[in-house]
Structure formats: structure tokens, C-alpha cells
Design a protein around this ligand. Structure first.
Ligand code: ARG
Length: 247
């Protein structure tokens, strides 16, 4: 065989091998979920395992679809791209439905409501959102907290952290004046640390949903059907109640 033929053959078989592995990672039997497991009670580490409301919802959906669930932890800001490019099947990360995100991905029916809460130190003079105008505010990068504070208060000094808990640490160390983060994680972080409080006024109103590729309408429909059943039979509520106790 001449060298050229050999090269072509090798190139071809490498291609086939690559496309085969690309296919097998999108195996029909596996539902891959992207998340950012630093967001209790929705997703967080318990020892080595990622647990929380979103993981249990995804598991319940996977069970209904007769699929195996695989969870991939990544930066919150990478989740939409991972869904969009088909690296994962779904994004489930306490993710708020937003018009701008809908340009990149589809969202399922919302599964819960949430809002941005403001955390300050117990003796803070900050009493509501408008006091953030010229303050230093810690947020988790690329979240709605980041987006709202950046848009609403151009004179605020927005400090962006990879994880919400890092913003809370910065608040405890006096590096920022307030933290803007989703209400349930806010409650967890305030409970875990002395000297902090959550302001009574909700800064935003939001709804969480599952992000799915725009190219996968079939999966969108299956997930919405599964969510409807899980709502109907009370499973969704019992998952949420397991992690969030009325206060
Ligand atoms: N709800 C906010 C958003 O959609 C924050 C979500 C952060 N989630 C996470 N797993 N870190 O932007």
C-alpha cells in the first residue's frame, strides 16, 4: 500500500473512532446533568456525593425515562454552553428562567419560585436593595444576583466569586458590604455563620427550571411530562420539603 493510502486510512479510522466515542458519551441510556454543586439546598457535596433538591428531581426524572443519571459539576457560568453544545443533556442548577438565556437554551416548566436575598452583617446600615447603590457587593459570577446588581447599580463595586460561599466569606472578612444571592442558599449560609442576617425585602422574583438544548425538543417534552407527573403525585413537593423546612 502506498504511504498516501495508509495515511488516508489511518485518518479515516481515527475519525470513525472519535465519532464513535462522541456518540457513546451521548448514550441513550444516560441522562447527563450539568450543575454547580455549591448551592445548598439545591446542589452541594455531602462527602464525595453531590446531593440536593435538583439532584433528586433529576433522579426522579431519569427513573421515569428509564435512564441512568450522571451528574457533572462545573462553574455556574459554563452550564448553558455545556447544554447548548450537547456536552450534557440538561442543566439543573437552581437556574432562573431569563429571556437572554432563552436565546441559548430551552427551559422546562418551572419547578419552583425563588428570589434574590440580601445578606449583610448584623450591625449593617444597609436596609434594602437601594442601599446597595454605592456599596461593594459580593455575588456568584454569572448568576442573576450578578446580573441584577450590575445592571441596577452602576456605581456599586460588584465583586464576583466562583462560589456563593466565597462571597459570604468576603462579607465576614469585611471585604464586601453585602452579598446578593438566592434566598434558600442565603438561609443556609447565614445559618452556618454567626453575625449575619438576611434583609426582609426580596430584591427580585424568579423561577427555576431545567435547561435543555434547543435541538432536543423530544427531551424537552419528555422532561415536561415527567415534571407534570412528579408534581401531580406529590413527589416534587416531598423532595423540596425534605430539604427546605418551613421557618
Ligand atoms: N438562580 C440564579 C441564576 O440562575 C443562581 C443559580 C446558581 N446556581 C448554582 N448551582 N450555583 O442565575
Amino acid at each position: 500500500m502506498c504511504t498516501l493510502k495508509k495515511i488516508v486510512l489511518i485518518a479515516l479510522s481515527t475519525c470513525m473512532l472519535l465519532s464513535f466515542t462522541a456518540c457513546s458519551s451521548k448514550d441513550d441510556g444516560v441522562l447527563t446533568m450539568a450543575t454547580n454543586a455549591a448551592f445548598p439546598p439545591y446542589e452541594y457535596y455531602e462527602n464525595e456525593a453531590i446531593v440536593g433538591i435538583d439532584v433528586e428531581i433529576a433522579q426522579a426524572i431519569a427513573d421515569k425515562l428509564d435512564m441512568e443519571l450522571k451528574v457533572e459539576d462545573m462553574e455556574f457560568g459554563s452550564i448553558i454552553t455545556a447544554v447548548q453544545t450537547g456536552k450534557v443533556d440538561i442543566g439543573l442548577a437552581g437556574m432562573t428562567v431569563r429571556e437572554d438565556r432563552l436565546l441559548s437554551v430551552n427551559f422546562s416548566t418551572p419547578y419552583t419560585k425563588a428570589y434574590q436575598a440580601i445578606i449583610v452583617t448584623e450591625n449593617s446600615k444597609i436596609t434594602g436593595p437601594d442601599d446597595l447603590a454605592n456599596k461593594s457587593v459580593g455575588v456568584q459570577e454569572s448568576t442573576t444576583g450578578d446580573i441584577y446588581v450590575t445592571d441596577d447599580y452602576p456605581d456599586a463595586d460588584v465583586q464576583r466569586y466562583s462560589k456563593g460561599v466565597e462571597a459570604v466569606q468576603a462579607l465576614l472578612q469585611g471585604k464586601v458590604d453585602a452579598v446578593v444571592i438566592d434566598n434558600e442558599p442565603a438561609k443556609v449560609f447565614v445559618k452556618q455563620n454567626e453575625g449575619l442576617k438576611i434583609l426582609p425585602e426580596a430584591y427580585t422574583e424568579e423561577e427555576y427550571a431545567i435547561a435543555i438544548s434547543k435541538k432536543n425538543d423530544d427531551l424537552l417534552k419528555k422532561i415536561n411530562d415527567a415534571l407534570a407527573e412528579l408534581t401531580e403525585d406529590g413527589t416534587l413537593k416531598s423532595i423540596i420539603d425534605k430539604y427546605i423546612t418551613a421557618d
